[in-house]
Design a protein around this ligand. Structure first.
Ligand code: ADP
Ligand code: MG
Length: 308
C-alpha cells in the first residue's frame, strides 16, 4: 500500500441553515491530495468550494455544520471544527491563502513584524532566527528589495505584492498542505500569471500539497495536476487535468468548459482622428529615502505615450 494522502476528505457533508436555497452546502465530497501535487477544485460560484476548504481548515462558520465524513492530515484524523487543537496545526501543517490579501494583513503593522509574529506565536523564540526566516521568505516570494518591504505597511504595497506577502506568511512554517481559495481572482491578469508561477515554483521546491480553488478553467489548464469539478455541493467529476479538460465525462464539466472565455479574434479597426488627448514620452521619477540620509530614484513612469 502506498503512503496515505497528505490531506484526505472522505464523504464530507456540510448542512446549510434551515431556509437556505438547498439543504447541503457540501454533499458527500471525497478528495485526496498527495505531496507535491496541485489539485484544482473548480466550479461556479456557490458550488461549495469555499465551504469545503473551510471544513478542511476546521474553520466552518457556526451557522454551518459538518454532518458527516472524515478528514485526515498526514494520515491522522483532523480535530473537530473550531477545536482549540487546530491552533497547533493551522499555519504549521496546513496553511491558507484567500482572495483578498489586504484583508489577511494588519493595516497598522509593518509587514515584516506581522510575519515575525507568526513565528513567535508558533514558538520560534529566537529573534535573530525569526528575522532571518522572514527575510528568506520575502526573497523566496521574489519581492523586490525585501529590506524595504519588511518595513512597509500593507497600503504602501500593490495588491500583487500583498498577496506575495500572504503567501510568504502561509509558507513560513513549511506546511504540508496549502489551501488557496481564489488567491488571484482580485489581481490583474499579468500579476495573476506571476503569482500562479510563484506558487508552482515554491510548491515544486518544497513538495507542498496544494488545494487550489478557482472558478477559472484557464487557471486549471495552467497549474492543475488533477482536477475535481464541483456542482451544487457534489464533486461531479475528477481526474487528471488532461482527462477532465480534454475528455470531460459529465455534462456540467462540458458546460463549464464551453463557457470558458477564449482569446478574442482581433479585427483591424479604423482609428478616428483627431486626437482629443495625447501624451508623448511622459516620465515621472520619485525619490524615496534610502540609507541614513540619502535617497534613490524610483522610475514610476518611463516613456509613456498614448493617444485618445
Ligand atoms: P463557492 O466557494 O463554490 O462559490 P461556497 O462554498 O461559498 O461556494 O458556498 C456554498 C453554499 O453555501 C452556497 O449556497 C452559499 O450560499 C452557502 N454558504 C456559504 N457560506 C455560508 C454561511 N456562512 N452561511 C450560510 N450559507 C453559506
Ligand atoms: Mg468561494
Amino acid at each position: 500500500m502506498s503512503q496515505p494522502p497528505v490531506l484526505g476528505l472522505h464523504g464530507v457533508t456540510v448542512a446549510l441553515p434551515p431556509g437556505a436555497d438547498r439543504r447541503l452546502a457540501v454533499d458527500d465530497v471525497s478528495l485526496s491530495l498527495s505531496a507535491g501535487e496541485t489539485l484544482c477544485l473548480v466550479g461556479e460560484s456557490g458550488s461549495g468550494k469555499s465551504v469545503t476548504a473551510q471544513a478542511a481548515l476546521g474553520m466552518l462558520p457556526r451557522t454551518l455544520s459538518l454532518t458527516g465524513g472524515t478528514l485526515t492530515l498526514e494520515g491522522r484524523p483532523l480535530p473537530a471544527q473550531r477545536d482549540p487543537a487546530w491552533e497547533a496545526l493551522r499555519g504549521r501543517r496546513i496553511a491558507m491563502v484567500f482572495q483578498d490579501a489586504t484583508a489577511s494583513l494588519d493595516p497598522v503593522q509593518r509587514v515584516g513584524r506581522q510575519l515575525e509574529e507568526v513565528l513567535e506565536v508558533h514558538g520560534v523564540a529566537d529573534r535573530e532566527a525569526r528575522r532571518d526566516r522572514v527575510m528568506a521568505l520575502l526573497e523566496a516570494v521574489k519581492l523586490p528589495d525585501p529590506a524595504r518591504v519588511w518595513r512597509a505597511y500593507p497600503h504602501q504595497l500593490s495588491g500583487g505584492q500583498c498577496q506575495r506577502i500572504v503567501i510568504a506568511g502561509a509558507l513560513l512554517l513549511d506546511p504540508a498542505v496549502l489551501i488557496a481559495d481564489e488567491p488571484t481572482t482580485a489581481l490583474d491578469v499579468t500579476t495573476q500569471a506571476e503569482i500562479l508561477r510563484l506558487i508552482a515554483e515554491l510548491q515544486a521546491a518544497r513538495g507542498t500539497a496544494v488545494l487550489f480553488i478557482t472558478h477559472d478553467i484557464g487557471i486549471v489548464a495552467e497549474i492543475a495536476h488533477r482536477v475535481a469539478v464541483m456542482c451544487e455541493g457534489h464533486v461531479v467529476e475528477s481526474g487528471t487535468r488532461d482527462a477532465v479538460l480534454t475528455r470531460p465525462q459529465h455534462a456540467y464539466t462540458r458546460r463549464l468548459l464551453a463557457a470558458a472565455p477564449r482569446p478574442a479574434e482581433t479585427q483591424a479597426v479604423a482609428v478616428p482622428a483627431p486626437a482629443v488627448l495625447e501624451a508623448v514620452d511622459v516620465g515621472r521619477t520619485y525619490r524615496v529615502p534610502s540609507g541614513l540620509f540619502g535617497s534613490r530614484p524610483v522610475p514610476a513612469l518611463d516613456g509613456v505615450s498614448l493617444r485618445l
